[in-house]
Design a protein around this ligand. Sequence first.
Ligand SMILES: Nc1ncnc2c1ncn2[C@@H]1O[C@H](COP(=O)(O)OP(=O)(O)OP(=O)(O)O)[C@@H](O)[C@H]1O
Ligand SMILES: [Mg+2]
Length: 344
Amino acid sequence: MWPNAEHEQTVPLLRVADLRVEFDTARGTVEAVNDIGFEVSAEQTVAIVGESGSGKSVTALAVLQLLDGGRIANGQIVWDGQDLSAVDKSRMRGIRGEDIAMIFQDPMTSLDPLYSIGDQIVEAIRLHRKISKTEARDRAVELLGQVGIPDARTRLRAYPHELSGGQRQRVMIAIALACAPRLLIADEPTTALDVTIEAQVLELIRDLQRQYQMALVLVTHDMGVVAEMADWVVVCYAGQVVEQGPAGKLLTDPQHPYTEALLTAIPTPETDKSQPLGAIGGAVPALHEMPPGCRFQPRCRHAWQDCTQPPPVVRLDGGRSSRCWLRAPAPTESRRAEPEQELA
Ligand SMILES: Nc1ncnc2c1ncn2[C@@H]1O[C@H](COP(=O)(O)OP(=O)(O)OP(=O)(O)O)[C@@H](O)[C@H]1O
Ligand SMILES: [Mg+2]
C-alpha cells in the first residue's frame, strides 16, 4: 500500500492498492501492471506519469473495470469506501459516467463516426438520467457551450469527421461531464493536439474541474503538463509506481533516478510529441523480459549490484515514497558511491 500522508485525514475518494493486472498473450501470461497504488481525494488533481508502456492506461481501465482481455490478479480498487471488485455489473455501469468518467487516449476511436455528436452526447446523458430527449438535447447544448464549442445547437448535428482534433477532444470532455462525475480520468487528453490547442484544452479541463468540483486523474508523459496541473504525482515505470509525492516537492527534488531522468526530458514546444522521451537512454523493458530486482536498473546511472534485488518502497517525508535502494534507511558504502554508469 502506497502512503499518501496528505490524505490520511480524510477517506479518499479513490484508493488503488497493490494493483496487479495480467493479460494472456501468445507468449504466456504477462503482468502489464505489477504493483501500482495511489489515492485521490475530492477535488484533487493526481497526475500519473511515465513513458509509453508503463501501465498508465491499463491502470485507468482497471479502475473502471474496462480491461479488454485482462484481469485484476491482485489488489484493491476502492471507490468512496466501496470495493469495486465486489460490486455487480449494473452498479459498475452506474459508477461509470455518474461517479467516475473517463476521457480515453484516442478521441477518434471513442467517438462513433456514424452518429452526430449531438446523438452521442444525448445518449450519454440518457444512459444515466431518466429525462426526455428534448431535455437531454438542451443539456447537450449547455455542455457544448461549456466546453467552448460555438453555435452549439447547430454543431450538435455535426459528425466527428467534421470537427477539428481540438473540437473532438472538447466533445469527449462534454460526454465525460454529461452526468457531472465526481472524478474525471483523462488519459493523455492532449497528446494528439498541437501546443496551442493543448494549452486551451488543459485550461478548459482545469476550469471545468473547479466548476464541477471534480477530482482529476491526469494520465500523461509530459512533465511540463504535470507541473502546470498536478497536486500529487504518481510516477510509474514498467508497471510499478517508482515514486510518488506532492507535485511541488517531487518536481523540484526527485527521489527516484527515473523521476530525475524524466525531468531532464521535459518537452519544449519544439519537441515532437509523437516520439518517445529521448533524453533517457534505452527503453522500457518488454513485459516478458523484466530484469530481476529494480526494473529501471539497466537504464539507471546510479545502478549498483544491489539493484539486482527488488528495491524496497521507502517512505519519505510528507507522504512521499521512492522504490529505490538509494533511499533505503541504511545505505551501504557501495550505494553511496558515485554513479557507476553514465546514461546509456
Ligand atoms: N490487451 C493487452 N494485451 C496484452 N498486453 C497489453 C494489453 N494492453 C496493454 N498491454 C501491455 O501492458 C503494458 C502497459 O500498457 P499501457 O497501455 O497501460 O501503457 P501506457 O503507460 O498507457 O503507455 P502509453 O503512454 O503508450 O499510452 C504495455 O506493455 C502493453 O503492451
Ligand atoms: Mg496509455
